[in-house]
Design a protein around this ligand. Structure first.
Ligand code: AMP
Ligand code: FE
Ligand code: FE
Ligand code: ZN
Length: 283
């Protein structure tokens, strides 16, 4: 069993990178990727712990991108290099946009009569990458919502009154950033794009022309039948098939480490194929 999509306290997960690796080891995972939003801050700690407990570790990231009018297309980057200056520069810009946006969300909430300060949000931020989940946690703590889900539904989802979009790189920029450091670019959880199969096929054709290398067919919230459809699309385009739970810890208790589509265990084979592709593109 493996997991190629997880979050830690370096973004909006609730386990530290070290605790995440320990949980993976305790569950008997054979490989783990850490894919925090817009930051590589958790990578050194996770990599070090993985070495200690002899777990195969893949440094990763999750980035949002735009393409052909679509916004917030999530891309997973595997085997990214924390030291690369161009990548680090882009990530630092994205994170600074996140801070500005979190302040704008709080301002909107205040205009709507919700009593919340930016400091209350900051209290929930565990790293340099602030996101809507941190605002949601502050809203719950302040008694404005009874659950994270309610906080999102009332204020934070697209279309809700305190939703503020964050700037996105284009898909081409994101793919170039990931591939520029020798990494592998994979489309995350295609179901969240809410496209019909023909629209998705069209998008995948465009993205594979732009250098996309894989599809996360086996995501924990995909039905098994959906995963099979995405797998078939990947196979037709010669793209890798990957899988991950999108584990966030206790803020998304329904998600279990190591389980993908249809709540089935993610097989080692998926990691092997990713690793093989990565090795084959090394200079
Ligand atoms: P952001 O990166 O700030 O746009 O926030 C996106 C993150 O918020 C996602 O990665 C999820 O972890 C979380 N999220 C998005 N929508 C919801 C929702 N409806 N309920 C709970 N968490 C959500
Ligand atoms: Fe998240
Ligand atoms: Fe995502
Ligand atoms: Zn994720």
């Amino acid at each position: 069993m493996i997991d190629l999509h997880t979050h830690s306290t370096a973004s909006d997960g609730t386990l530290t990178p070290r605790a995440l690796v320990d949980l993976a080891a305790a569950k008997g995972l054979e490989a783990l990727a850490l894919t925090d939003h817009d930051t590589l801050a958790g990578i050194p700690e996770a990599a070090e712990r993985a070495r200690q407990v002899e777990l195969t570790f893949v440094p990763g990231i999750e980035l949002g991108a735009s393409c052909d009018g679509l916004r917030d297309i999530h891309v997973l980057g595997y085997y990214v290099v924390p030291g690369d200056l161009r990548l680090a520069g882009a990530l630092s810009w994205l994170r600074s946009c996140r801070w500005t946006r979190a302040q704008r969300i709080v301002a909107r909430l205040n205009e709507l009569g919700v009593d919340l300060t930016f400091d209350q949000v900051r209290n929930h931020v565990t790293s340099d990458s602030v996101g809507r989940p941190h605002v949601a946690r502050a809203l719950v703590e302040a008694g404005h919502a009874s659950s994270l889900g309610e906080a999102f539904r009332r204020w934070l989802v697209p279309g809700a009154p305190a939703y503020v979009e964050k700037p996105h790189l284009t898909m081409r920029q994101v793919i170039d950033l990931i591939r520029g450091v020798g990494g592998i670019a994979v489309l995350a959880h295609p179901a969240t794009l809410k496209l019909d199969p023909n629209e998705l096929r069209g998008l995948l054709l465009t993205l594979s022309d732009q250098g996309l290398q894989g599809i996360e067919a086996h995501w924990s919230k995909h039905e098994w039948a959906e995963a099979c459809l995405y797998e078939e699309m990947a196979n037709r385009l010669g793209l890798l098939v990957t899988g991950g739970s999108d584990f966030h810890g206790s803020s998304k208790p329904e998600i279990e480490l190591g389980l993908g589509a249809g709540k089935r265990k993610l097989p080692l084979q998926m990691f092997k194929q990713l690793q093989q592709r990565w090795k084959s593109q090394q200079p």
